[in-house]
Design a protein around this ligand. Structure first.
Ligand code: UDP
Length: 248
């Protein structure tokens, strides 16, 4: 039988503008060989209402909008709030809100199906070719996301990640606890959830690693092999980056 996959998607505040692009392209290209179920975290009553009639493939959970960077840092709390739903699926994946799929992604492309694999992470496309001393890991020894110079082999993006449900929920528990103990000390890791993700991945051997050009920016047309793009948040059709983050 087909693998069942939960797809996690956060769109609070003005980021709800991305949902339709994401959903339409996912239905066309994402894991056509799997059973897909979407879990949408949003503060938009309009969006939530639209699913009451439209679809039982989408579960929308109401979440209050938070200021930057809490809207991204608190993702692990959101995901844990859906723990019982996630557990009903074999695999679970998160995608940034501005994701648009460009060509077919099969289970063999994305899922950690190898015998030693539990999680799938993707190399950050602007970091992989750099000297690892330049990786933007969190370098504050007081943070639970701290990685010392000389450590770490890869720099993973926070924009796309997932895995077997049990392994991903384990990640969420650990990283929620880590972000909370940082916050108690007034610490926020340099790149928020991404810094914590990289700490979690440090030294692990059970990660399926997606190549850096698996994803591209909207305008990076020369990356012909990319299967998904992150649409340009500063594009006028979305109102500009500051507008999106509610800074104007
Ligand atoms: N996000 C959101 N509302 C906001 C800001 C962020 O829902 O006002 C979520 C959304 O899922 C987004 C993710 O947090 O994709 C990461 O934020 P963003 O894409 O702005 O981070 P960047 O990739 O620019 O670091």
């Amino acid at each position: 039988s087909k693998h069942s996959v939960a797809i996690l998607y956060i769109a609070t505040g003005r980021y709800t503008i991305f949902w339709d692009h994401f959903y339409k392209s996912a239905e066309k290209y994402l894991l056509p060989d799997c059973d897909k179920h979407y879990i949408l975290f949003t503060d938009s009553d309009d969006l939530i209402d639209s699913f009451k009639t439209q679809s039982d493939q989408v579960i929308a959970l109401k979440k209050e909008a938070m200021e930057w960077p809490f809207c991204t840092l608190m993702r692990f709390r959101f995901f844990l709030d859906a723990e019982n739903i996630i557990k009903q699926h074999d695999f679970v994946f998160f995608f940034n809100a501005n994701t648009e799929f460009l060509s077919t992604i099969t289970q063999y492309d994305l899922l950690p199906l190898g015998s030693h694999e539990n999680l799938t992470l993707c190399l950050q496309p602007h970091m992989f070719h750099r000297n690892r001393e330049k990786y933007t890991y969190d370098r504050n020894p007081k943070s639970t996301a701290y990685i010392a110079y000389g450590e770490g082999k890869y720099y993973f993006t926070g924009a796309l990640n997932g895995g077997k449900s049990e392994a991903f929920l384990d990640l969420c528990h650990t990283l929620y606890n880590n972000t909370q103990s940082d916050l108690k000390q007034d610490i926020i890791a340099l790149w928020h959830d991404e810094s914590h993700l990289n700490k979690f991945a440090l030294g692990r051997e059970d990660i399926k690693i997606l190549p850096p050009y698996f994803t591209r920016g909207e305008r990076e047309y020369w990356k012909k092999t990319s299967k998904l793009m992150f649409s340009d948040k500063s594009h006028y059709r979305f109102g500009g980056h500051a507008y999106l983050r509610n800074e104007t």
